[in-house]
Design a protein around this ligand. Structure first.
Ligand code: NAP
Length: 290
């Protein structure tokens, strides 16, 4: 437990729900490890209360907060300043209280790229297929494009959503390397057969008893690096099937840790103890590392 004093600096998480989040364990372990008088508290905040909750950051002199579902997009218009990349992505997952000025950042794309590279896959010149066109896909696609991916096919169940994301991101990036593809199409299969990086940004795989995997197993091949953003379960059906073909794989635990590590750095100005944070997350899930 963290000893709370009159000087303790408060950080936390605004989301709904927040009860299953590993972020409190991850950040509080890092604060303890570095001997910082900080605490991280999860707050269950309904969408209608987000404005009040954001005002409370100032009122309570909080250091800052993380945002999770469903607040990352809605919060952008409530801040005093938003980082340029976060504005282009249209999502903020970290607020820093800079002497009453609330600054917004997006660390999701950073977390993904850090973990991808440390898992041994460079985004440079990669031919990418991203499954999904939701909030996390947006941050990941933007960051992959910025970090030198050659082409990115956005394969989504709802084609119109992939199209809308493609138009928006190609527009802010000023290039045409992103294209929309319908999930139930020959083009989806062809895009994956030509790709060297496949990233699952759908929620398919979180509930192994009810959903299986986002694409048929026979679309996978040994030339792929398959990254599944899902971290619980640690090995989704998609990753298991990919490994069978000889493809290299990674799950989303490292992304979770690295996006948190970047938030930690923004709040404390200190180098985050990444391994301590990762161990706290793994302990929380009671799973072994990938
Ligand atoms: P989101 O905005 O709700 O988007 C969900 C996406 O999944 C949509 O593209 C949706 O397609 C697709 N999808 C849902 N059910 C599907 C199905 N049965 N078949 C095919 N496609 C389906 O969610 P998100 O915030 O991007 O998060 C997606 C996943 O990433 C979640 O599992 C989340 O926990 C995980 N995540 C991990 C990290 C990390 O740090 N590792 C960070 C963020 C998110 P439609 O457009 O057709 O509905």
């Amino acid at each position: 437990m963290v000893d709370v004093t009159g000087n303790t600096r408060i950080t936390g998480l605004f989301g709904c729900p927040v009860h299953h989040s590993q972020s409190p364990a991850m950040h509080n372990a890092a604060f303890r490890h570095l001997g910082l008088d900080f605490i991280y508290v999860p707050f269950n905040v309904q969408s209608d209360d987000l404005g009040v909750a954001v005002s409370a950051i100032r009122a309570f002199s909080m250091v800052g907060v993380n945002l999770t579902i469903p607040h990352k997009e809605q919060v952008v218009s409530l801040l005093d300043w938003v980082d340029d990349d976060a504005l282009k992505i249209g999502s903020v997952n970290t607020i820093v209280n800079d002497e009453g000025m609330l600054r917004g950042y997006s660390t999701d794309g950073y977390g993904f790229i850090e973990d991808l590279i440390s898992s041994g896959k460079s985004p440079e010149s990669a031919k990418v297929v991203v499954l999904g066109a939701g909030g996390s896909a947006r941050a990941i696609i933007f960051t992959l494009a910025r970090r030198g991916a050659a082409e990115i096919a956005v394969v989504n169940r709802t084609y119109s959503r992939a199209l809308e994301l493609t138009i928006a991101l190609n527009g802010v990036l000023g290039e045409e390397k992103i294209k929309p593809v319908a999930l139930d199409s020959d083009e989806a299969k062809q895009s994956i057969s030509a790709a060297d990086l496949l990233v699952n940004c759908t929620s398919v795989g979180m509930y192994p008893d009810t959903d299986a995997q986002p694409i048929p197993s026979d679309w996978l091949h040994d030339g792929l690096f398959v990254y599944d953003q899902i971290y619980n379960p640690a090995e989704t059906d998609l990753l298991r099937e990919a490994k069978k073909t000889g493809a290299r794989t990674a799950n989303g635990i490292g992304m979770l840790v690295h996006q948190g590590a970047r938030s930690f750095e923004l709040w404390t100005g200190q180098k985050p103890p990444v391994e301590i944070m990762k161990n706290a997350v793994l302990k929380g899930f009671n799973v072994t590392n990938r």
